[in-house]
Ligand binder design. Structure first.
Ligand code: GLP
Length: 258
């Protein structure tokens, strides 16, 4: 695990976006795993900016999103389909037919989960998975006590996740209680992982993710098992790490060699 600590959230965002763009330039038809949430919004803004500056084309990439709320149709304003269209897909040359997000409104969500896992495999697996992390350590919607080898399936949102995500809904009662999410096992199959966490409210999850123990209590701690995981942090998210001097000595200013 490479722990990359930046002075500011802006610097962490720029670094992770540059890393993703580098990967697309190196392999234009790469398979990217994508995430939603407030933390990745500026990452997508930075990726769009690179596209606007004609530094990269996303026309050949294939994408798979982590998750979707059960019950929301793709055109629902709070769906992750809508989020992706608004923040990334609709602003670049990504071809709609090259994007996949689980269908939350599928007649049989359990079947949809199986179909989604199979579709990822059929495309040869994910080259690089972008992640955020929940305050409770969740990745995707894999809440605490999720199986560390889980595949795409239905998961019930933890009460703290319902509360955190209610900021996007009119009323807390409107937040769906179920999701279809890649499993932790699905995420660990990605060949590379890049995760971003910014702000004080993520510092406990970041501590548990990086310094352990490895436990289903903190799903993100499963990334300790991954051979190519890079964790992009700002100073606030890194504030509880006990080995910070070590991480900063290995990667001064969050710099990582290619
Ligand atoms: C959401 C998503 C996660 C995301 C997390 C953090 O519920 N399912 O993929 O990483 O919560 O979101 P935020 O960046 O808004 O804190």
């Amino acid at each position: 695990m490479k722990v990359l600590i930046h002075d500011s959230a802006e610097a962490a965002v720029a670094a992770i976006a540059n890393r993703i763009v580098e990967k697309v330039i190196a392999k234009p038809a790469c398979v990217l795993g994508l995430a939603t949430g407030g933390t990745v919004e500026p990452v997508y803004d930075a990726m769009v900016q690179k596209y606007d500056q004609q530094k990269v084309s996303y026309s050949r990439i294939r994408t798979f999103n982590l998750d979707e709320y059960v019950g929301l149709s793709p055109d629902h304003p709070m769906s992750y389909h809508h989020f992706m269209e608004k923040h990334l897909f609709g602003r670049t040359d990504i071809s709609a037919s090259n994007t996949s997000i689980p269908f939350g409104n599928a007649a049989n969500p359990a079947e949809e989960a199986k179909r989604y896992e199979a579709e990822i495999k059929r495309c040869g697996g994910i080259d690089c998975q972008l992640l955020g992390v929940g305050e409770n350590g969740h990745i995707g919607f894999n809440e605490p006590t999720s199986s560390l080898s889980s595949t795409v399936r239905i998961k019930t949102l933890a009460p703290e996740t319902v509360r955190a995500n209610s900021r996007y809904f009119q009323r807390i009662e409107d937040v769906p209680r179920l999701s279809i999410t890649m499993g932790i096992g699905t995420i660990l199959c990605a060949r590379e992982i890049v995760l971003i966490a910014t702000g004080d409210n993520k510092s406990k999850a970041v501590l548990e993710m990086i310094e352990g123990p490895l436990s289903a209590r903190c799903p993100a701690s499963a990334l300790q098992l991954h051979p190519h995981a890079e964790i992009y942090l700002d100073a606030a998210a890194a504030s509880q790490l006990t080995l910070r001097d070590y991480y900063e000595a290995v990667h001064p200013n969050g710099k990582v060699e290619s």
